[in-house]
Design a binder for this molecule. Sequence first.
Ligand SMILES: O=C(O)CCC(=O)C(=O)O
Ligand SMILES: [Fe+2]
Length: 229
Amino acid sequence: MTALLKSQKANSNTYACEYDGIEHLFECIAQDILHQGFSVQKKALPLPLADILHYHLTNMPDNKFSDAAIGRQLAQQQNTSIRSDEIAWINGDSPAGTQWLKFTSELQIYLNRRLFLGLFSFESHFAHYAPGRFYKRHVDAFKGEANRVLSLVTYLNKDWNDADGGELVIYQNDKDKSGITVYPEYGTLTFFLSEQYPHEVKPAKRDRYSIAGWFRLNSSTAERVDPPS
Ligand SMILES: O=C(O)CCC(=O)C(=O)O
Ligand SMILES: [Fe+2]
């Protein structure tokens, strides 16, 4: 199924999808991923979940965050000229984290049922981009490594104006220079196939709060147990 998804060309618009309730939302996401490999659902995160995450993230002590550029795995190979956000991995040790992981686990089950994606685990982190911070054009997974399959980003910024900047720009392929622009508005949910879409985060004029996450395949080997602890 991933091969089928990868071979499909993306359109510049997501499907207009009227949803009513969580199953509808999940179905809209599944349809978008199937037909175009990405999905932008504006202000779709259930409000009580957005509110508890927003409260948690904006009240988190500074010492819970670390510079993403010196994080783990992919991020370890990156440096501050590529990304300058701060992150905190979500492990479910707070009510906000637990509710988020319940939501993403229900979505994972739904997408596996509808699209046979074989999503096995999920990892995510809170992110804070102070004014002027950025994440230059990159892909979330390297071809052939079959680890991160589907990227998910949601935003926790109230009253965001386009003039505040901080756009996520998702490019259709390596050659695309214009891309699709997503503003980091409260509760907007964005998905894209991790290997396929280069993307970048433009600097913002105000603090920009988000969660970035990745649904992964099971890449356990004799040497390495998945998911990583
Ligand atoms: O915050 C965003 O809009 C995207 C973040 C991102 O690309 C990442 O963390 O890999
Ligand atoms: Fe990314």
